[in-house]
Design a protein around this ligand. Sequence first.
Ligand code: ADP
Length: 669
Amino acid sequence: MFDKILIANRGEIAVRVARTCRRLGIRTVAVYSDADAGAMHVAACDEAHRIGPAPARESYLNAARIVEVAQTSGAQAVHPGYGFLSENAGFAEACAKAGLVFIGPPAEAIRAMGSKSAAKRLMEEAGVPLVPGYHGENQDSALLRQEAERIGYPVLIKASAGGGGKGMKVVETRDQFDVALASAQREAAAAFGDARVLIEKYLTRPRHIEMQIFADAHGNAVHLFERDCSVQRRHQKVLEEAPAPGMTAARRRQMGSAAVAAARAVGYANAGTVEFIADERGEFYFMEMNTRLQVEHPVTEMITGLDLVEWQLRVAAGESLPLAQEQLSINGHAIEARVYAEEPARDFLPAAGTIRRLRQPQASAHVRVDTGVREGDDIGVHYDPMIAKLIVWDIDRTAALRRMRGALADYQIVGPGTNVQFLLALVSHRAFALAHREPGLLDTGLIGRYHSELLPETKPATDVILALAVLSELSRIDAQACAEALASGDPWSPWHARDGWRMNEDNHHVFAFDDGDRVVEVTAHYRRGGFLLDLPGGSTQARAQAETDGRLVLDLGGRRIHGTVVRQGDQLTVFADGVSHRLALRVFDAIEDEQAGGTLAAPMPGNVVQVLVQAGAQVEKGQPLMIIEAMKMEHTICAPAAGTVKEVLFVPGDQVRDGEQLFQFERES
Ligand code: ADP
């Protein structure tokens, strides 16, 4: 076994490889770009070396530089992770030339599987079933059109050198063929520097089922069962699970032998995945082979109890496969969800920014979180915006789904938008949730078919969400008043009284929130021991108690709810009942002090920055009156009702106390 290896990757996979190395007592060398100097994978390894600027081309794809670092750091082997250089035969060869073991298959096997067309020809010879299609060298467009006719529409045009769904076009009818071909060729040339394409029968409602295989250098090869990765968005996987819903033992055996035959046909060693597409009858066809560890390998680990990175290291070090086929078995059911920084409501646009708060589900025998980012880290624009992979396991699919729903509900991410709510809707949707009973519900079109149900219009904030937001703001104001009282010379002054505001009972506080396109107002009346909140659903008694880690226990009309409110500037993110909701604290209404006879008071202590009205001004409800700076932020103080400003009591530069009168005001009758 190796003493020291270099991990030529970043993010969760680099952290995950380092974890196994640590368990096995292997030292690890990280590489990082300028964007990743403080990244989690750097901290996870024993030593780390800078390899270049942020763009991957100049860092994580710089094979020569990575080989140089491996040599100077004394690493004996290189783990490429997935993506970047993991399927680059030239890199595997460069490692070998430098006397380093590439922890992956031989360069020839990578090359043989690198072209989808060449791989298909090889598989045809090895007797592995293929989707009816054309994968020849001749790229004459008249010939390609003729082949499409022969196969029969609809057909799929794919880039031979393709990956990640690029250069892939569905052609429904003959008259669309020429335009689609030209477009696929352009995309393929731009993305892979190779315009060659292949044509396949386009299967309607197919499933993506792949077999994990493993081979060693001593002629042993096994499969570690299948993964179903049918839940995709634009041909990219979103959920993966093992075993596949509805899979029979006989079909698993057939697929397993086909996958092992595929591996043997190219002299494979180490971990690989043979991807199949299956039709409604369960017939399956070879699609491609990925010559590396897959993103979704953890679901296989969860049902087999094995560590595939450990197997990779052992095989690369020359050992035989730890187990034979008959020693392998499936235990329970595992599901993986990819948690991304993206905006599902905006066509899943990648999101970037700093993660201000990150609370992940608690890891256990049932829940595994593979992540490469921590709270405070940036999700940049240079790399894949994946935040984490959430993997759950239980004795069967129903139980695993329950674990998944619970774990997703525990996520708290503030900062860039994420797909957590979308994933929750997806795993809760009947089509996915019932797929083990009715496998026909599951196919690669699932997300597209239920798009509107999975991405519902943003719902208005519930009373619980609003109550949590208001009570957390009130407790913040309270804490601030408390700190000011302690800092002042006269902590017992009635100005600092915090219970029920000041002397009279009917003072109230008006909060206005931007909630999507709506504006919601909540008035909080101070009552002994709590508040009466005027919520959209009615007036309710409420009080809250702060717990640790920003959590609150809310008592809303006798119902107890745990929630968390995270404030970032004027943005509030409220987590409760397994949902997260964003609100913007719109502006602060001045407090209308009915008892004091038509005065408006400051809702918070601060400095007057600007006065926006003069005495005598007629104002509308919500009209800005004054800007106060408090806690390094500017707050606009607005009119709580239409009326006349009779007198302005402060000028810019003045300090105001919490609850202090700002204006004499006459409410419109
Ligand atoms: P890439 O390498 O670009 O990811 P793949 O060949 O792996 O492309 O295909 C990606 C996805 O496209 C599959 O998981 C499947 O959903 C869909 N797909 C591929 N081939 C077909 C086909 N012949 N018919 C229908 N869908 C297909």
